[in-house]
Write a protein that binds this ligand. Structure first.
Ligand code: URA
Length: 208
């Protein structure tokens, strides 16, 4: 599973522990999601293409680089929203394209309700953002949408995964790198990650 990257960064592990804590309030929870997302995106973007770009400093000319590829941040609504802002600060020229999927509670299958992607792709690299890779249904559906759209390179950036979700995304899209803070034990009978952190949407938005 060399395309699955589980962060070994001590800051990620420390923040993840606070994120899981049931006593963590929504404000702190949002801050942690944001901070972990930045750290994971740093790891996920290590191979972005660069082009040489000279720069004039107050002292003279220096060799430098610009990012070559247009980046799209693709949060899966609604829990992916909390991962956008921090990453966007690191790459302010990125475009943000929201994908709305909800999970049918009976079938556990994703149902699309929001997608405003234009016909012609406007970005080359897409980072799909969803803190929870549970059944994998939403991630698989989003990557389907982005491939169909014409995105050249797609990466999934999540925080917690169940082994079932990693397997489902890998089986459907073996070419997609998966960046995570951790892979937990299992999914429970209603599709929640165990031990997980509960409902990532409710905990961010205070709706639990
Ligand atoms: N979505 C969540 O918010 N939590 C889970 O455990 C699984 C899916």
């Amino acid at each position: 599973m060399s395309h699955v990257h589980v962060s070994s960064h001590p800051l990620v592990k420390h923040k993840l522990t606070k994120l899981r804590d049931k006593e963590t309030n929504p404000k702190k929870f949002r801050e942690l999601i944001r901070e972990i997302a930045i750290l994971l995106a740093y790891e996920a973007t290590l191979d972005l293409a660069l082009e040489p770009a000279a720069v004039t400093t107050p002292m003279g000319e220096a060799a430098g680089f610009h990012l070559q590829e247009k980046i799209g941040l693709v949060p899966i609504l609604r829990s992916g929203l909390g991962m956008v802002e921090g990453i966007w600060e690191m790459m302010p020229s990125a475009e943000v394209w929201h994908i709305g999927l909800y999970r049918d509670e009976d079938t556990l299958q994703p149902v699309e309700y929001y997608n405003k992607l234009p016909i012609i792709p406007t970005v080359r690299v897409c980072l799909v953002l969803d803190p929870m890779l549970a059944t994998g249904g939403s991630a698989v559906a989003t990557v389907d949408i982005l491939k169909h759209w014409g995105a050249h390179r797609i990466k999934f950036v999540g925080i917690l995964a169940a082994p079932e979700g990693v397997e489902a995304l890998t089986a459907a899209h073996p070419d997609i790198p998966i960046h995570l803070a951790t892979v937990d034990e299992r999914l429970n009978e209603v599709g929640y990650i165990v031990p997980g952190l509960g409902d990532a949407g409710d905990r961010q938005f205070g709706t639990g």
